[in-house]
Structures are given as C-alpha cells and as structure tokens.
Design a protein around this ligand. Structure first.
Ligand SMILES: *Cc1c(COP(=O)(O)O)cnc(C)c1O
Length: 394
C-alpha cells in the first residue's frame, strides 16, 4: 500500500479561527459559557430560529442530554436506525433503554418511515432520526406517526446542518436536535457539539443538566440568589477556546458549504457515466430535500468489489473509507437483541458503501486525481450479484 496522498478528510481552517482563539485566551477567561460560546448560541438561535441552542463537548453528549431530558429509563424503548454512529443509540442505552433498530430505505439511506409504525409499542419513548449525509428523512410521515402516538422525535443532525426538508431547516423539526463539530464534520472545532431545543418545555432543564445539575445559569442571570444542585446533570460545556474556533467557522459557513457543494457537484457530474456503466449507485436526493454536501458515497455491487475498490484506491494513495457497520450486528447490538436479517437493507448497504474524499481544502487537482482513479476502476460483471433494488424517492 502506498503512502496517503489524498486523505479522506482534512478539517477546515480558514484563518480567523486562530485570531478568535487568541482573543479568547487574551480575555483572561477560557471556561465554558464565555463570550464566544454566547455568540455561537446567538448565531444558532438567529440562523435556525431555534428556541435555545447550547454548545456541548460533543454530539454524543448532546444526545446524552436529550435522553436525560426525555426521562429515558430502564425498560423504555427507543426507535433508532441501525445504520448510524454508535452514539445515536448508546446515549439512550446508557439510561437503560432498549434500542429498537429500524431498517433504512435503499434510496435515501434514511430510516424507512414505512416501517416505523410497526416498531412502536406502548414502551416507545422516543424516535431518533439521522439525516444521512445531510439528506432529510421523510419528516412529514415520521412526525405524523410520532404525533399520533405522542412520541417525541429527536434529530441526530450531525450531518444535517444547513440541509432542508420542504424548505425547513434540518435540526428544527424534532423536539430537539443534536449537532456535531467533530473534525470530520462540515463545520468543526475539533471536538464539539450542540443541543438545539425546539420545544421550549425542555429549554430550562437543558441548561440545568448541562451545568452539572445546578441552576447556575439562572443565578448568573440574576433569576435566583444562589445556585444549588437541583437535578441530574453532568459537565457538558466546552471551553470558550473551542467556541472561538467554532464561531469563526460558523461565520464562514457559507464559504465552507459553497466549496463543499462545488466538490460534491463535480463528483456527481463527472462520475455519472461511470456509475451507470458499472452498476454502481449513489444516494438518491429527493427533490424536496436540499442536502449538505457532507458526503459523496458510492454503492458498489457487493462487499467483495467494495473491498477491492478500497484497496485499489489506497494503492494510489487515495483514502476511500467504508462507513457504518450495522449496529444491530455489533457485539453490543447482538446482546441487545439484534440478529442477522433484522435490517436487511442496512446489512447490504453497509457492505456496498464507500466514501470519496470531500473536504473544504481538497484542491481541484486532487479531485481530478480521485475522479480519474475511480473511472479507471471497472466493476467485473461476474461479481455483480445484486438484484435491481433501487426504489426511487417520491
Ligand atoms: C459524528 C456523529 C456523531 C458523534 O459526534 P461526536 O461529536 O463525535 O460525539 C453522532 N451521530 C452521527 C450521525 C455522527 O455522524
């Protein structure tokens, strides 16, 4: 295997990040909820019109906060896609919940809304959706089912910042939503996250949980004369130094998104023929969704070809990693009731998917190299065993 010439990701760094971080350090206070954190909160509240935005140390922690806010307890069931990152599920399992794994649609790779109702039981306490690669789930159908059964919906919006569903911003559709600013995400501060509260009944308690279970935030606003332990909680505040980095990224998010969109569109245009000729598929983006250019994924015919592709690209120094391994088949998932065949689409897609390098600082020449390398890869017909399964989005 050659050395890495084109990595899968480089975190975006536009310049003002270091200026802001230096300002945070010079300010003499670098703990959480400082000036930069407050500016990030205001930015989200204005840009997305959410009731409350709270920075957290990670999306994982924002998900843990959402499980606390929804009073998830032992014996509760939470419906989650199996095709997601561990934290989407683990945050709820930490509270004692049993994950009920939902399969995904083969076109959008999102939780299959047609299966949702059959998974609901009297114990269902939450539905967690993931907008894969920033392509929205079918939220009208999901929210309608959730409303009828009176079950809150949480959006794990780690991929979905700036995506829309029928014109509405992702992250504003569930009772709350979680964001990630891990360095692999579009907007980053290395490690970080946010909890976005849409249903205001959760706002006050969210502040308390995030401040170690104390009413410290209300104390600082002069709403109570001393602060005390009032609820469960933990330490979920990032340092203001990280918030400084993040604010710089948020302020330049249009530039970041625009460049990512250019790269995504070029892949789509220039690989179109190769995709058709080689029985490769790509994620379907419904007309009513605008995606976030978080990822450009290829679905190769099967696991064998996919592995061959990854090795072939790696030999040329180009990293094209696979993605989620079905959670219901992980060691933990199996202990929690997962079995082979439970989510057949997830199982198949997980074997087929690879992701191409897509990041803000990818140069045109680097992208040309990736495209040329992909186009020179021929999928042997003999290895194709999949039946045509694509179901086009409505
Ligand atoms: C990245 C990611 C997370 C975890 O984010 P952290 O900020 O690293 O905790 C959770 N869910 C999804 C869907 C992700 O992609």
């Amino acid at each position: 295997m050659g050395s890495v010439r084109i990595p899968f990701n480089r975190p975006a760094m536009l310049g003002p990040e270091s200026t802001y971080m230096a300002q945070a350090v010079a300010s003499g206070s670098i703990c959480g909820d400082g000036k930069f954190t407050k500016r990030c909160h205001a930015w989200f509240e204005e840009r997305l019109q959410v009731n409350r935005a709270l920075l957290t140390t990670s999306c994982t922690h924002a998900l843990e906060m959402s499980a606390l806010l929804l009073d998830i307890a032992a014996g509760d069931e939470v419906i989650v896609p199996s095709f997601t990152f561990v934290s989407t599920v683990n945050a709820f399992v930490l509270r004692g919940a049993k994950p009920v794994f939902a399969d995904i649609r083969p076109d959008t790779l999102n939780l299959d809304e047609q299966l949702l109702e059959s998974l609901i039981t009297p114990r269902t306490k939450a539905i967690v959706v993931v907008h894969y690669a920033g392509v929205a789930c079918e939220m009208d159908a999901i929210l309608e089912i959730a409303r009828r059964h009176n079950i809150p919906v949480v959006e794990d919006n780690a991929h979905g910042l700036f995506g829309t569903y029928r014109g509405q911003e992702l992250g504003t559709l569930g009772v709350m939503a979680t964001q990630s600013f891990h360095e692999t995400k579009n907007i980053t501060c290395g490690e970080g996250g946010a909890l976005l509260i849409n249903d205001e009944q959760y706002a006050c308690r969210a502040e308390i949980l995030r401040e170690k279970g104390t009413d410290r935030s209300r104390f600082f606003r002069g709403q109570v004369d001393k602060y005390q332990w009032t609820d469960l909680g933990s330490s979920y505040l990032p340092s203001d130094i990280l918030a400084a980095y993040l604010l710089a990224q948020l302020e330049q998010s249009e530039q970041i998104q625009q460049r990512r969109r250019q790269i995504w569109d070029r892949y789509d245009e220039e690989l179109g023929n190769w995709v058709d000729e080689n029985q490769v598929q790509t994620q379907v983006i419904p007309a009513h969704c605008s995606h976030t250019s978080h990822m450009y994924a290829l679905l190769l015919p099967n696991l064998e070809v996919r592995q061959e592709f990854i090795q072939y690209m790696a030999k040329q120094g180009i990293m094209t990693p696979f993605h989620y391994v079905p959670l219901h088949l992980s060691r933990m998932g199996l202990q929690l009731g997962g079995t082979a065949g439970l989510c057949p689409v997830t199982e198949r897609i997980s074997d087929q998917l690879v992701r191409l390098p897509l990041f803000w600082s990818l140069t045109d020449d680097e992208q040309s190299d990736v495209i040329e390398a992909v186009k020179a890869f021929r999928v042997g017909q003999a290895k194709w065993f999949g039946e045509p399964f694509i179901r086009r989005a409505a």
